[in-house]
Structures are given as C-alpha cells and as structure tokens.
Design a protein around this ligand. Structure first.
Ligand code: HEC
Ligand code: HEC
Length: 158
C-alpha cells in the first residue's frame, strides 16, 4: 500500500470537512487569490471585532469545549493549537520510545523533520540541516513499518 501524508486510510472513518457559511466556503472566498492573505475585511460582518491578522485567532462560534480545559471563549485557533501540541508530543514519544529514532520538527527548514541527535526533544543548533533529515516520514509512524537495524522505512516507500 502506498499513501501520501494526509490521504485517508482504508477502513478508517473521518469526520470530513467542517463546512463554513456558503459565501465563504472556498479558498478564494476567504483568501486573496495569488496573495494567500486572508481577506479580513470580509469576516468582520459576522465575526465582530476582527480587524487584523492577529484578530483571526480570536474567532470563536462553536460552544463545544473540544480540549476540555473549561474555556469555551478562546479563539478556535487556540483549541486547534492544543491538539497540534498534543499530536507533536505523541509523535515524539512514539519515535523515541517505539522506533528508537527521536524526531524534532522545524517549520522553516527542509525536510522539516530531523533526527533529534541528543534526544532532548528540541531543535538544537546544527540539527535542522538537510543532512540530518529524519529518515522516516513523520506521518507514517504506524507500527507496521519495515525496520532495518533500528531505521524505519523512508518517505515514499510502501
Ligand atoms: C473560512 C475562511 C477560509 C477558507 C474557506 C479557507 N481558508 Fe485558509 N486560512 C484561513 C485563515 C483564517 C487562516 C489563518 C491565517 C492567519 O492565521 O494569519 C488560513 C490559513 C491558510 C494557510 C496558511 C497561510 C500562512 O501564511 O501560513 C494556507 C496555506 C491556507 N489557508 C490555504 C487554504 C486553502 C488551500 C483553502 C481551500 C481549500 C483555504 N485556505 C480555505 C481562512 C480560510
Ligand atoms: C455571513 C457570515 C460569516 C462571514 C462573512 C464569515 N463567517 Fe466565519 N462563521 C460564520 C458562522 C455562522 C460560523 C459558525 C458555523 C460554521 O462553522 O459555519 C462561522 C465559523 C467560523 C470559524 C470557526 C469558529 C469555531 O468556533 O468553530 C472560523 C475560524 C471562521 N468562521 C472564520 C472566518 C473568516 C476567516 C472569515 C472571513 C474571511 C469569516 N469566517 C467570514 C459566519 C461567517
């Protein structure tokens, strides 16, 4: 089986896309085409007080306390951030403890995932360089991966 990061896996059920209001459901309805910037002036009509890019993080409509911290007013971006942090921590733990190949992630340096050479969970000087790229695709951490001498299959392998 060959799948790309983000691709749905057979046998799993997914929640699907979170639909927004009809007039703002496509990429180009919220983003300025070719610029990527969010057309913030279009949000204010419904999300009051949203004037700047920073304000986007304060948008909150749903009342569900997704992460159970009791805060149902913080921007939905904060909730998403909590899950991003938890996922990263789980990936690091899995890579270190199960795969014996500690991993760190750096958004600005290709290939983004690197060997955590000293196993401290942080990106240290010299770690986020191409030669130190982690040799497994972080989104392909399932335990069925082939292992060779402690190394796990590379990105793109089946
Ligand atoms: C409901 C409005 C909305 C829709 C629809 C939407 N986006 Fe976004 N998008 C946002 C917001 C808000 C952000 C966060 C911007 C920020 O924090 O500055 C964002 C961020 C992004 C970013 C990250 C930009 C960066 O500079 O880091 C990308 C890429 C992106 N969107 C692509 C898309 C694509 C592709 C689609 C269509 C499949 C899409 N967006 C649809 C509102 C939207
Ligand atoms: C016509 C009114 C309207 C406009 C304009 C609008 N929204 Fe929304 N937005 C809603 C409604 C209603 C919801 C809650 C239901 C839903 O998710 O569709 C929502 C939900 C959201 C959420 C999720 C909040 C949560 O708590 O889950 C985000 C993020 C968001 N909108 C961003 C934007 C951005 C960015 C823009 C401007 C590009 C925008 N919206 C423009 C009506 C609007």
């Amino acid at each position: 089986m060959n799948w790309e990061p983000g691709e749905a896996q057979a046998g799993k059920t997914y929640l699907g896309r979170n639909k927004h209001v009809e007039a703002f459901s496509n990429c180009s309805q919220c983003h300025a085409v070719h610029k990527l910037k969010v057309q913030i002036q279009a949000c204010d009509g419904c999300h009051q007080g949203v004037k700047t890019q920073e304000d986007l993080k304060t948008i909150r409509m749903s009342t569900t306390d997704y992460d159970g911290d009791g805060d149902t007013k913080e921007g939905i971006a904060g909730k998403v951030g909590t899950f991003q942090d938890a996922l990263y921590a789980a990936m690091q733990q899995y890579a270190a403890k199960v795969l014996k190949a500690p991993i760190v992630y750096e958004t600005t340096e290709h290939p983004y995932s690197f060997k955590d050479t000293n196993g401290n969970g942080k990106v240290d000087p010299g770690e986020a360089v191409a030669e130190n790229g982690h040799d497994l695709c972080p989104l392909r951490l399932p335990p069925s991966r082939k292992r060779e001498g402690g190394r796990v299959g590379t990105c793109g392998c089946s």
